[in-house]
Write a protein that binds this ligand. Structure first.
Ligand SMILES: Nc1ccn([C@@H]2O[C@H](COP(=O)(O)OP(=O)(O)OP(=O)(O)O)[C@@H](O)[C@H]2O)c(=O)n1
Ligand SMILES: C[C@](O)(CO)[C@H](O)COP(=O)(O)O
Length: 237
């Protein structure tokens, strides 16, 4: 039996009425995949990886407005791919940037301050609606949220030639979506680019914001290396 909790109800109502955006970052070249076209276009069970990812966000409730960041020189290729696969869900297209940071920054220009925004790697196609929806909900409450999983292995740090075991319960492996109040993220992205930025949370953290962790999933892995396509296909069965 579920009980009525007014605080949760109000939070959920506020999260559901706030305008939602999803930035799908697909501006990379996929150098580690070493494929003929960037990995976001490779076929996964007969459909390009990027289409699976966009469909996952389109299927979540309430549907976010999708902004896709894609290298300028692949816009025509992508539009042809959409025609070939009869892929017709609504989205806005922007140019990818030199780094992931610059791709996100381009897309943020289309987002109003009073929205919620999720940033998601195009190459994490196994994301579930439940995780997407929970991330938006948590962002309403905490402002800056990353989904992450705990390490399944023991953790050891190598520093100055010596190794030391770390408490694995204190270590999280960060995934996407990374979801924010848009005003917070847009402000963070006004700060200058640093090479140490690997994700949106590191940009927000550098700007002084606390980052909340929400439960991710081991299936929500990033397609990075050649063997990852076969693994993703197995997990989708
Ligand atoms: N200039 C860039 C670089 C990366 N990304 C996106 O950020 C996500 C995570 O990056 P990663 O897996 O590193 O993708 P690539 O940069 O494409 O791969 P690699 O590092 O192997 O070249 C991907 O969806 C990628 O398309 C982006 O939007 N713009
Ligand atoms: C954003 C990210 O996917 C979170 O795990 C990750 O930081 C991207 O890193 P990469 O160096 O681009 O693979």
């Amino acid at each position: 039996m579920s009980t009525y909790d007014p605080a949760t109800f109000n939070l959920q109502r506020s999260a559901n009425t706030q305008k939602r955006f999803a930035i799908i970052v697909a501006g990379g070249s996929g150098s580690r995949m070493r494929s003929a076209v960037p990995k976001q276009f490779l076929l996964l069970n007969g459909l390009p990886v990027l289409m699976h990812t966009m469909q996952a966000f389109h299927n979540s409730h309430p549907k976010p407005q999708i902004i896709l960041a894609l290298p300028q020189n692949y816009h025509e290729y992508w539009i042809q791919l959409c025609a070939d696969y009869k892929f017709a869900l609504p989205y806005q297209l922007v140019s990818g940037g030199h780094t992931r940071f610059h791709s996100v920054k381009n897309a943020l220009e289309l987002i109003p301050n009073d929205a919620l925004v999720a940033i998601h790697d195009a190459v994490r196609p196994l994301i579930s609606s439940a995780i997407i929806e929970d991330a938006y909900l948590q962002a309403t409450k905490h402002g800056a949220v990353v989904v992450a999983v705990k390490s399944r292995d023991s953790i050891r740090q190598l520093k100055s030639g010596e190794t030391k075991s770390l408490l694995r319960d204190e270590i999280y492996l960060v995934q996407t979506p990374q979801t924010f109040k848009a005003s917070l993220l847009k402000e963070a992205y006004e700060h200058p680019y640093q090479e140490s930025f690997t994700d949106d949370a590191s940009v927000a953290e550098q700007a002084g914001y606390a980052i909340h962790i929400a439960e991710g999933s081991y299936q929500n892995f990033k397609i990075t290396f050649p063997e990852d396509i076969a693994i993703a296909e197995l997990l989708m069965k």
